[in-house]
Design a protein around this ligand. Sequence first.
Ligand code: NAG
Ligand code: NAG
Ligand code: NAG
Length: 438
Amino acid sequence: MALKIAFLLFFIISIVLPTRNAFEICSTDDSDLSIVHIYGKCSPFALPHKQETWFDTVVKMANEDPGRVAYLSTLIGQKSKTSVPVASGHQVLNTGNYVVRAKLGTPGQLMYMVLDTSNDGTWVPCSGCTGCPTTLFLPANSSTFGSMDCKMPQCTQVKGLSCPTSDSSPCLFNQSYGGDSSFAATLSQDSLRLALDVVPNYAFGCINAVSGGAVPPQGLLGLGRGPMSLLSQSRSLYSGVFSYCLPSFKSYYFSGSLKLGPTGQPTKIKTTLLLRKPHRPSLYYVNLTGITVGKVLVPIAPELLAFDPNTGAGTIIDSGTVITRFVEPIYSVVRDEFRKQIGRTISSLGAFDTCFIAKNEAIAPTITLHFTEMDLKLPMENTLIHSSAGSLACLSMAAAPSNVNSVLNIIANLQQQNLRILFDVANSRLGIARELCN
Ligand SMILES: *[C@@H]1O[C@H](CO)[C@@H](O)[C@H](O)[C@H]1NC(C)=O
Ligand SMILES: *[C@@H]1O[C@H](CO)[C@@H](O)[C@H](O)[C@H]1NC(C)=O
Ligand SMILES: *[C@@H]1O[C@H](CO)[C@@H](O)[C@H](O)[C@H]1NC(C)=O
């Protein structure tokens, strides 16, 4: 009898506990700045079709990378060879991978905004918007909202400006985002609340119209470092420092964190120099100097890695690309060396061209990325992705899409999971430390 009760208790506890934990982890605590995957269970955008495996979701998302790469390439002034088609369906969510809870206005209106390290501005769909998804910011309900006009200095910093004169008409602009979409917005200001912090008079774009569709559903928080970015507008609060830890793809139930400002940042962290392209300051360039596969430093011509402030060639860290993309000649040598060391039959699956039988996984070589003064030895979970059935393991990297004339190497979010990435813009350093984000 006692045994039966004990079993019953164990059974009840094992059912109840995970549910309770999950509930606690999907924090609605206002002091918390958790980052959740846009399709993770704590996200309001979690996919309804539960039968889809996580691997299939990742493959679908990685299929949107070419659009992202084309977009990043246009940011540095490169034209894509052909326009990249925009997929239908849930594409609207695919332009960003991680969301964070923010409140805009007084009283604060909750928005799950996409984090984007390669964008400066912040923009939010506003009431009356045509073509926007359903969650809209209501300026009329905020006592601190104000729209900005053409003669305000911030207006001249907005890209895609269509201010007629330097008069007091509203500061209107039209920008493209992602593959083929664009939006029209009015530069506005209001209080932005992030955890317990308030950034008063925060300038952002209030979206009036979207065409093409691929705009993050509840807006975007630009974590770049240009003049209109969160960092620039909160200099006195955060001193140009933030870090994030992106949750593991395997435990998408859980969430990572965004830490703004110098307080609470890791003190023991290896760092490398942040480089900047003068006319495009937002992108976070680092100096990738070499790549080691296992014990082999693969031969890469230095000019393929070199940062060129004129063309924008070089390596960036990005929060919006799913799998790391190297320009074709670099990817080929990395992949070929990886395949050689695996020494087994290779197949391809979705976006991944180097898959092998997962039970041979122990022979997979470690990939180390070398940066000026910092090495990043990628953990296996940031190197391999497993097929739905678990039978195949694939190298989770790819070449830059062939229809985009890209000169950029992009360190993407699958390679950043369970790492704290510190952006110390004030000191032009980028730090990386191992951390369990969940
Ligand atoms: C916004 O204001 C309108 C009009 O005052 C009101 O009816 C509505 O409930 C408010 N909505 C929110 C979300 O506060
Ligand atoms: C932005 O401008 C382009 C080019 O003029 C136009 O085709 C597009 O429809 C505009 N977007 C919006 C949302 O108004
Ligand atoms: C990047 O590293 C290479 C190799 O150490 C070095 O020659 C080059 O000057 C560095 N580039 C920058 C911009 O620091």
